[in-house]
Design a protein around this ligand. Structure first.
Ligand SMILES: N[C@@H](CCC(=O)N[C@@H](CS)C(=O)NCC(=O)O)C(=O)O
Length: 225
């Protein structure tokens, strides 16, 4: 019998669920997964009735109730401390960039939403989104230069909670293909190739077609000038 339940949204669209799921799987928690399909227009009643903040991811584990993806990362790190870097300064940096992700990049998230099954190359290039892309590229480059020691992830060879927090950004970059530096593309390739990220994509591809949400499949957008 599993130790708890992790509630998530559709893998194809739910970026915050992806973060929580990656943290839970990296920590090896033995939990059952329950996917709750989004209802549009939201909020989704089944999620609102279940989760304290009315959102997924939401984890129930051995008597603990955990919501907010960053809190899930911290909870999972209690079982797998390597989710955060061992070095104090690196760990402070990892927490800071993860908090920046959790709190921000709203323009990017709105203009280039997560859809793991579509190619929206060249679209979504609103000025605010491009400013977010530039900040993320600078942040990743600075982090890797200071802490990765030549490894493929943000803090080296191990995929940390910070990588989990940015993994859905990687998927956005792959789907929408804004102009990116070579270093950013190399990081995106490394994240995409991680076995857990690959498993999440496979799960998304296996979701039934009637789970699709029209708003996220085309949205009626036009390329930005
Ligand atoms: N700050 C929250 C954000 C979670 C969030 O926005 N989740 C979305 C899905 S990605 C949700 O549950 N939406 C409810 C709905 O669409 O009905 C976190 O970090 O977990």
């Amino acid at each position: 019998m599993p130790d708890g339940t992790l509630y998530i949204g559709q893998r194809r669209y739910s970026s915050w669920s992806m973060r929580g799921w990656l943290a839970v799987r990296l920590a090896g928690l033995d939990v059952e997964e329950v996917v709750i399909r989004f209802v549009r227009p939201g909020p989704t009643p089944a999620i609102a009735a279940l989760s304290p903040n009315g959102l997924v991811p939401y984890l129930e584990h051995r008597g603990a109730r955990v919501w907010e993806s960053l809190a899930l990362c911290d909870y999972c790190a209690e079982f797998a401390p390597a989710l955060w870097p061992a070095d104090r300064a690196a760990r402070a940096h990892a927490r800071s960039i993860s908090a920046e992700m959790h709190a921000g990049f709203r323009d990017l998230r709105q203009a280039m939403w997560m859809n793991l099954g579509r190619d929206f190359a060249g679209l979504g290039r609103a000025s605010g989104a491009l400013a977010d892309v530039a900040r993320i590229e600078a942040l990743w480059a600075d982090t890797q230069n200071r802490f990765a020691g030549g490894g493929q992830f943000l803090f080296g060879r191990e995929f940390t909670a910070a990588d989990a927090m940015y993994a859905p950004v990687v998927t956005r970059f792959l789907t929408w293909q804004p102009a990116l530096t070579q270093a950013t593309r190399a990081y995106c390739d490394a994240v995409r190739a991680h076995p857990l990220v690959a498993a999440w994509y496979q799960g998304a591809a296996a979701e039934p077609a009637d789970w699709r949400v029209a708003d996220y499949e085309n949205g009626g957008f036009a390329p930005s000038p």
